[in-house]
Write a protein of this length. Structure first.
Length: 122
């Protein structure tokens, strides 16, 4: 019985090691360029993927009207220089008031607003 238990534990240990891999795969977060922005650096410059939608309708912001917002980590920032209807009708079936979209941004966060130099819907 003792031998069976030892073989059982050894078998699952080997399988766990094989399935886990070595850790040098492309899944390394530092090397993965498709990862989302999680924090705003101290200089406020942001570049990468994040979520965008209507702040009032989908992100529960304090806005009293529909406006474009991005979510970085747990924080929601209004977009200052891109309108909610600039790229598509916000109240359409696939518009910002009805869905949360992945966007690629480049810009700066200042006074809780994103000033985007680029804002592209994925």
């Amino acid at each position: 019985m003792k031998n069976i238990l030892t073989l059982f534990l050894l078998f699952f240990g080997v399988i766990s090691y094989i399935e886990a891999g070595c850790g040098s795969c492309a899944m390394d977060g530092a090397k993965n360029k498709s990862s989302f922005i999680e924090v705003v650096p101290s200089d406020g410059k942001v570049k990468g993927k994040t979520f965008a939608s209507c702040g009032m309708c989908n992100f529960d912001s304090d806005d009293r009207r529909c406006s474009l917002s991005v979510k970085i980590g747990k924080e929601v920032y209004s977009v200052a220089n891109v309108g909610i209807d600039d790229q598509l009708d916000s109240h359409a079936k696939d518009g910002f008031c009805n869905v949360v979209r992945v966007v690629d941004i480049n810009g700066k966060i200042k006074n809780n607003k994103l000033y985007a130099t680029t804002f592209n819907i994925k």
